[in-house]
Structures are given as structure tokens and as C-alpha cells.
Design a binder for this molecule. Structure first.
Ligand SMILES: C[S@@+](CC[C@H](N)C(=O)[O-])C[C@H]1O[C@@H](n2cnc3c(N)ncnc32)[C@H](O)[C@@H]1O
Length: 240
């Protein structure tokens, strides 16, 4: 089964209006999803930066950043068209694109100051280590300053068959082999860690305001959008 087919098979049946965002995205709870966003906001100065949210899901990072008034120029991209349609309904003012950025770069030569990948590498796709290596090369191509991504931690007390777990030391070595300094953050959840790769590249003078128009999703879906994420943290259900 192709990656896209496996991702679709996992997430599309979850896209139901009655479910909360974190549940559709297969996070254990809203607090876990937000804790991953907090690492990004805590470790990177995002003020006035362009940010590409790769595997944006329902676009909840857009709302998180907006609440902090950081002036971030946000673009969300997801492989699943239905996911992007739902994100666009939930957050009509945000910019979303449908694409598999690891197969085709839809942004031409554009670089974003920051790229962020939260939960994108969670599913066990059968070749996760090789896939991560290839994906990181693409993320570095897309990024001017810092790539931030999280992975499920191998120390996790309760594993799930459909998920893939990583050793932070091994991932740090992988990033360094790609010629990049790696910072590991693993103090926020028992089952997750974040890697920051700072690229030390000069910031481009100007970047286009929008991605290619044929890739944006101007058509709001008619279906009822999924509910917004819960405000109060919920009890962990045993998922990431
Ligand atoms: C666990 S969800 C996380 C969503 C979002 N980052 C969040 O934290 O709320 C993972 C998302 O990554 C998307 N995804 C997986 N592989 C992708 C790829 N190659 N390109 C773009 N999106 C991808 C999935 O469709 C899904 O929406």
C-alpha cells in the first residue's frame, strides 16, 4: 500500500463532524497536541516569521499561533484533500494547501523561515527510518532557518501497533549526518520528543505571500466541519 493510501485509510474514517479535532488526528488528548505546539513556541522566536506547517491536519496550529499574536505568516499543507477541506472550514482565514510535500515540492524555490511537522511520522508505514531521512532532506530544502519535528519516543510505556517509535540519539545522529546541528527536547510528554535543526542560512529578502493558486483550496466544503478542539485537557485514551 502506498504511503498516501495508508494515511488516507487511517485518518479519513476519523473525519466525522461529531469528533473533536484531537480525536480525528489520533492524538490521545487536546493537551498532548497543544504541548507539542508549545515546544515550538518556546524554542523558536516566531515573531514575524513565515511558517510551513507540514501535515497540518485540521490547522489547529494556526489558531494556537493567532492566540499568541506573533504575526506569523502561516501556511498549512496536508496530504489529504478532505483534511485540508475540513481545516479550511474550521479556519477560513488561514492558508492551506493539499500536497504530499515529500513526493513533490509544491512551493518551487520558496523557503519558509520555519517548517514544523507534528505527528507526521507517527504511523508505522513499514519503512519509517528511510522515509524520515528522505523527508528531512526535503524539509531542509523548504526551510531558511529552522526545521522542527516531533516523533514518538521509544521509551513510551504503552505502544500501539499502528505507530512507530524512535530513539532520540539515533535521530540526532541522522540529522547531524545531514549536516545540521540538532537540539533534542524531550521534557514535555513521556511518549514524545522534538528535534530542532537550525540551518544557519540567511533569511531571504522577500517571499511570495501565497503558494501557487492551483494548490490552494479555495472551495469551502459543504459538509459540517468537525468540532473545534476541546479547551479542557481530557484523560489520555492510550493514543499518542
Ligand atoms: C497526527 S496528525 C497531526 C496534525 C497536526 N500536525 C496537529 O498536530 O494537529 C498527522 C497529519 O499528517 C498528515 N500527513 C502525513 N503524511 C503527510 C505527507 N507526506 N505530507 C503532508 N501531510 C502528511 C496526515 O494527513 C495528518 O493530517
Amino acid at each position: 500500500m502506498s504511503h498516501r493510501a495508508a494515511i488516507r485509510k487511517h485518518y479519513e474514517p476519523r473525519l466525522e463532524a461529531c469528533r473533536e479535532h484531537f480525536d480525528i488526528l489520533d492524538w490521545a488528548d487536546a493537551a498532548g497536541q497543544q504541548a507539542r505546539f508549545e515546544v515550538l513556541a518556546r524554542r523558536v522566536d516566531l515573531r514575524g516569521k513565515s511558517l510551513l506547517d507540514v501535515g497540518c491536519g485540521l490547522g489547529d496550529l494556526w489558531a494556537f499561533l493567532r492566540a499568541r499574536r506573533l504575526g506569523v505568516d502561516y501556511t498549512g499543507v496536508d496530504i489529504l484533500e478532505r483534511m485540508v477541506e475540513s481545516a479550511q472550514i474550521a479556519y477560513p482565514r488561514a492558508r492551506f494547501v493539499t500536497a504530499d510535500v515529500f513526493s513533490v515540492n509544491p512551493f518551487g524555490g520558496r523557503r519558509f523561515d520555519v517548517t514544523f511537522c507534528s505527528g507526521v511520522f507517527n504511523l508505522d508505514l513499514g519503512n519509517n527510518r528511510r522515509f524520515l531521512r528522505q523527508a528531512l532532506a526535503r524539509l531542509m530544502e523548504l526551510t531558511g532557518e529552522v526545521v522542527v519535528f516531533n516523533l514518538l519516543h521509544e521509551r513510551t510505556p504503552r505502544r500501539h501497533d499502528h505507530c512507530f517509535y524512535h530513539d532520540p540519539k539515533e535521530v540526532r545522529r541522522l540529522v547531524e549526518r545531514l549536516g545540521c546541528r540538532a537540539e533534542v527536547v524531550d521534557d514535555y510528554l513521556p511518549n514524545d520528543f522534538t528535534i530542532l535543526c537550525r540551518l544557519d542560512r540567511p533569511r531571504p529578502a522577500a517571499t511570495p505571500a501565497k503558494p501557487p493558486s492551483q494548490l490552494t483550496n479555495p472551495n469551502a466544503k459543504l459538509a459540517k466541519p468537525p468540532r473545534r478542539p476541546a479547551k479542557a485537557p481530557r484523560k489520555t485514551l492510550g493514543r499518542p
